[in-house]
Design a protein around this ligand. Structure first.
Ligand code: NAI
Ligand code: UGA
Length: 452
């Protein structure tokens, strides 16, 4: 089979690389209108950093895995077309700030209608509002001219930083489609692709709307757990309870489970916030304001947590950080990724810049240009310095903030860092990854999240 994927981003690239790797009989072409991105996929420096990704791309690129800007030809030749384009929060017009911006997905549908010649299976890989398949179907069918289209929903559940592991061994693959004989046949074709490496009992099939809604619901539930434990972290700080101990104590209840209970500076990433906003918008659209308010509170709590952290830094540093050097360790929204979209670090840095702090930032994977873009600063702005390592960033600092849980931050020589800092030397572990007792023995005024 010939497979085409429109959108060579964090999802399109890795998922298609895995399909090509596991299904050597299929030819997979990933296309994008962003030429620089396609060039990078064809180079040694891939545009997405993911442990294990280089190896599978190198093994298959040029054999049955291709990256191209020739969108039309790839669509024309394909039997199955994945749409993996971005679906950001709308920034204009009706629903601005909440609804999903579906213009990219609609452009894909129109492009497919315009250029394809035979029958196609069109797969929604992007995360979409429930019932988007209906619009896609209308666009395709209005322009069908005898061609037949089957629309499937196959949302992606990978997490960045563990994408390859998640794709290799997914908890489940979800495929939704029409419950007609033709729809079921299309579902089976996609089931067969995944069955090359995923046990069949982990491939779930549903109707289209359940599949679309399950993706938004899964992200909302995951984010809700983080907001719940972060809410408790504030109470821990007021009561001398320890949030890690509370999380462990509740997580051993098999009904609650231990995962996604790590208190932090707040969740980031391109999807949790956008998908919950989308869910909130949908609830309002369907006349369910109480349901909308319930899910919106997950985002409100996350905003509270990010600002609470920045406020705590300022108040601990004697209520002023003006002209003080604050070292920021970690800028990505989580470890093992170069992605900074919606990273809590952006909001915390902005709050501190507002207080006139001088920031020296180090992240092992995020380039300086990206940080400047995220902080909306020009190239010559001297309120931030981007450093090549943690020691340079922390030299002469008044405080160190750990904002991403990169493993290397656990291995640093904190005595060396302490000796080069102003005293009292403050350290705020926004990820609860460091040994606070050991840091206090060195002399740090060290604090974590949710640790009274
Ligand atoms: N990033 C993640 O970890 C996950 C993302 N998702 C969902 O997957 C979708 C894609 O996300 P990402 O890969 O992160 O986005 P991304 O922004 O990294 O990649 C999207 C790509 O689509 C391309 N594109 C947009 N319109 C196009 C068009 N008309 N023709 C050709 N290319 C076009 C863009 O140039 C861009 O390179 C979103 O709906 C997202 O919610 C789902 C699970 C995980
Ligand atoms: O739709 C998506 O985009 C993806 O969103 C998340 O994946 P991702 O955002 O890549 O990463 P997560 O591991 O979920 O982390 C999200 C944020 O929550 C934070 N987090 C996570 C877990 C936790 O216990 N505590 C916590 O603060 C992370 O540091 C990070 O900032 C989901 O985990 C994926 O299943 C989903 O496919």
């Amino acid at each position: 089979m010939k497979i085409c994927c429109i959108g060579a981003g964090y999802v399109g690239g890795p998922t298609m690389a895995m399909i090509a790797h596991k299904c050597e009989d299929h030819t997979v072409t990933v296309v994008d209108i962003n030429e620089a991105r396609i060039d990078a996929w064809n180079s040694v420096e891939l545009p997405v950093y993911e442990p294990g990704l280089d190896e599978i791309v190198q093994a298959n690129r040029g054999k049955n895995l291709f990256f191209s800007t020739d969108v039309d030809s790839a669509i024309r030749e394909a039997d199955m077309i994945f749409m993996s384009v971005n679906t950001p929060t709308k920034t204009y017009g009706v629903g601005a700030g909440r609804a999903a911006d579906l213009r990219y997905i609609e452009k894909c549908a129109r492009k497919i209608a315009e250029v394809c010649e035979g029958d196609k299976i069109v797969v929604e890989k992007s995360t979409l509002p429930v019932r988007t398949a209906e619009s896609i179907k209308r666009i395709l069918e209005s322009n069908a001219e005898g061609r037949k289209f089957q629309i499937l929903s196959n949302p992606e559940f990978l997490a960045e930083g563990t994408a390859i592991q998640d794709l290799q061994n997914p908890d489940r693959v979800l495929i939704g489609g029409d419950q007609t004989p033709e729809g079921k046949a299309a579902i089976q074709i996609l089931v067969d692709v995944y069955a090359a490496w995923v046990p069949e009992e982990r491939i779930l099939t549903t109707n289209l709307w359940s599949s679309e809604l399950s993706k938004l619901t899964a992200n909302a539930f995951l984010a809700q757990r983080i907001s719940s434990i972060n809410a408790i972290s504030a109470l821990c700080e007021a009561t001398e309870a320890n949030v890690d101990e509370v999380a462990h104590a509740i997580g051993t209840d098999s009904r609650i489970g231990p995962k996604f209970l790590k208190s932090s500076v707040g969740f980031g990433g391109s999807c949790f916030q956008k998908d919950i906003l989308n869910l909130v918008y949908l609830c309002e659209h369907f006349g369910l304001p109480d349901v909308a308010a319930y899910w919106n509170s997950v985002i409100e709590m996350n905003d509270y947590q990010k600002h609470r952290f920045a406020r705590k830094v300022v108040s601990t540093l004697f209520n002023t950080v003006s002209d003080k050097k604050i070292a920021v360790l970690g800028f990505a929204f989580k470890k093992d990724t170069n992605d900074t979209r919606e990273s809590a670090a952006i909001y915390i840095c902005k709050d501190l810049l507002e207080e006139q702090a001088n920031l020296s930032i180090y992240d092992p994977k995020v380039p300086e240009a990206q940080m400047l873009r995220d902080l909306e600063l020009g190239e010559k702005d001297d309120s931030i310095t981007v450093c090549g390592d943690a020691y340079e960033a922390t030299k002469d600092a008044h405080a160190v903030l750990v904002l991403t849980e990169w493993d290397e931050f656990k291995e640093l020589d904190y005595k060396k860092i302490y000796d080069a800092m102003h005293l009292p030397a403050f350290l705020f572990d926004g990820r609860n990854v460091l040994d606070l007792e050991a840091l206090r023995e060195i002399g740090f005024e060290a604090s974590g999240i949710g640790k009274g």
